[in-house]
Write a protein that binds this ligand. Sequence first.
Ligand code: HMG
Ligand code: MG
Length: 300
Amino acid sequence: MLKLPEKVEIIEVGPRDGLQNEKSFVPTEVKKEFIYALKNAGLKEMELTSFVSPKWVPQMGDAAEIVSDCLDSSTRNIVLAPNKKGIERVYMTDCKAVAVFVGVSNTFNLKNINKTTEESLAELAPLIAELKAKDYFVRACISTSFYCPYEGKIDEDAVLALCEEFVQAGVDELSVADTIGMAAPHESYSLFTKLKHSFPDLLLTAHFHDTRKLALANIFAALQAGITRFDTSAGGLGGCPFAPGAAGNAATEDVAYMLHRMGIDTGVDLDKLLQAIEIIKPHISRPIESTYFRMNSVSV
Ligand code: HMG
Ligand code: MG
């Protein structure tokens, strides 16, 4: 029997993952309008921005302004922070949900955060404990959980061991990522089955990039493994500047369409989502390639 839950939670990562790889600065006012429109489309959990070094990722240099204008109590607004300095910047805002991130692959972590995986973990574990003591929601994004652009195939046991460290540190959620979009559905099913078995009571989320057009299949495989939370990006925007070859995330509209067709509720209003994509479309450097957008947008 297929596993088709009544409801799936979609975590919109377009304003963060979707925009961080854009070379030309997207005006802050446009980002805010995009975020408001996404919220209006029913997206209740969202990564708004990231408190990373503006020298490394200039596109995220307006994080403080985005957060000060886009927080609202009816939505879980998440911001990324890679280190102590990033979390100190979060403390200066009213945002109460933080995502830390780390790569299973050491080489990727060095390229992305300038630390080994072990150094990142050592820095983050006490910071997570502090965030939890202050009643923050904490998620850990686990990058290169299937393949690494530098190290190749990643061992499932290494992913499970790193996830265990973050669970011990006290995170509320693990977002397990196929950073370069190289996983195949049997790998998605296998890893998420093991994660679900190891962490039955934790919020477990799957984060697929769509480089090889397998994101939807991987999401369906993860759904069969019992996962009911997915990171997606409006318009299929996205990619990590330090992961060569990474294309955009699974498109929110394609994922929501597939789930709705199977009778699964996501809370997403697809017409309003198309309106949100129209806001960001003129400011991004590549065409919107999601199938739902191509078939339904008035501007195509
Ligand atoms: P570093 O150069 O090693 O940092 O970068 P440092 O600690 O040596 O500090 C150097 C300077 O940066 C100092 O300033 C610090 O104050 C400043 P200076 O004294 O030279 O004026 N600094 C900061 N400024 C603002 N915010 C901060 C911060 N930290 C230090 N948080 C660092 C280390 C981690 C900062 C850098 O490597 C960085 O910002 N990396 C972020 C890379 C990134 O954003 N990657 C994309 C997000 S992850 C992703 O997309 C994957 C995901 O989607 C899942 C998946 O698909 O896999 C989540
Ligand atoms: Mg990503």
